[in-house]
Design a protein around this ligand. Structure first.
Ligand code: NAP
Length: 307
């Protein structure tokens, strides 16, 4: 570990990539560390229709455009998974599986991990019918019957996406009201092949080599019913995944990192942006805005350290 970067951005989603663009243009020696594909959760989104300037664009297409923008500025990516982060000292250390990297400032931009149902059989059938990504695995269920769990924007968008592939989609939600946008829920309700299963939770996943049925329990009546399905998509949101941070960093009661309006965390030189921080809105556009602010503030911080 000879080199000390000005700034390491952990996570190459829209927020991380935007931060990198602002940092590079400010003259910082910046690098992005990403474990998977550029774009983060956006790359697995079927369609984006609320990012200004694009009426409708595929998630992967938008992620690719952002990556091309970053690449045109010669901003390096390190393709590696972070094992641990040591953030309290003046020089911050990022320990990855294939190397250790150091910087004067860090932007935490690694989003949030998918939530699990913790239903009986869920773990057993992952990859054998249980999926957490409709855009990744949806095509495998052409003309089949599938179920999808969730009531947020992801679940609604994924139900629409799957309704164009599968013969039938059961949308299972634990309340009788959706958390996602009304515009999307109206679209879902108008689909002839989507059946809503409301006030209900999946209590058991049943199958042999592959999933065959899900047991659903009505939360109000306690009534159980079994639905025959070829696949189950779990789209119940994401949660912060901050265990890799070794130092004390202020978090809210749900585990999201607390920042001020400059995206600064409770540790000097450490910023958090996008889905990982306690923000009132988790959208592509807000993650990008966070990234622009964090990079600008990181630049000011690094400048004072260089004197
Ligand atoms: P979300 O908004 O947190 O919604 C999660 C949904 O899953 C909720 O309906 C929740 O039910 C349900 N849920 C949570 N835990 C559950 C459990 N253990 N069992 C059963 N159901 C459970 O997550 P998201 O839909 O992934 O969206 C995340 C963020 O990204 C949101 O801010 C969303 O607006 C944004 N997003 C935006 C777009 C877009 O604007 N185009 C697209 C996708 C995502 P309750 O409602 O009862 O809590």
């Amino acid at each position: 570990m000879d080199k000390i970067y000005d700034l390491i951005i952990v996570g190459g989603g829209p927020g991380g990539m935007t931060a990198a663009i602002y940092a590079k243009r400010a003259g910082l020696d910046v690098v992005i560390i990403e474990k998977s594909v550029p774009g983060g959760a956006v790359a697995n989104t079927s369609e984006v229709s609320n990012y200004t300037g694009f009426n409708k664009i595929g998630g992967m297409e938008l992620a690719t455009k952002m990556f091309e923008h970053v690449s045109s500025l010669n901003i390096p990516f390190i393709w590696d998974e972070v094992k641990s982060l040591k953030l309290s000292s003046d020089i911050k250390t990022v320990v990855c599986f294939n190397g250790t990297f150091a910087a004067r400032a860090i932007i935490l931009a690694f989003g949030a991990a998918v939530r699990k149902l913790n239903a009986q059989g869920e773990h057993e059938f992952v990859g054998r019918g249980v999926s957490y990504c409709a855009t990744c695995d949806g095509a495998l269920y052409k003309d089949e019957v599938v179920a999808l769990v969730g009531g947020g924007n992801t679940a609604l968008e994924d139900a629409l996406y799957l309704s164009n592939i599968a013969k039938k989609v059961y949308l299972i939600h634990r309340r009788d009201e959706f958390r996602g946008e009304e515009f999307l829920s109206n679209q879902v309700k108008s689909k002839g092949n989507v059946e809503l299963v409301l006030n209900s939770v999946v209590t058991r996943i049943i199958g042999d080599k592959k999933i065959q049925e899900v047991e659903v329990t009505n939360k109000e009546t306690g009534e159980k019913k079994v639905i025959k399905v070829g696949g189950l998509f779990v789209c119940i949101g994401r949660g912060p995944d901050t265990e890799i941070i070794e130092d004390e960093i202020k978090k809210d009661e749900s585990g999201y990192i607390i920042t001020d309006s400059n995206m600064k965390t409770s540790i000097d030189g450490v910023y958090a942006i996008g889905d990982i921080r306690n923000t009132p809105l988790r959208q592509i556009i807000t993650a990008c805005a966070d990234g622009a602010i964090a990079a600008t503030k990181a630049f000011e911080f690094i400048k004072t350290r260089r004197k």
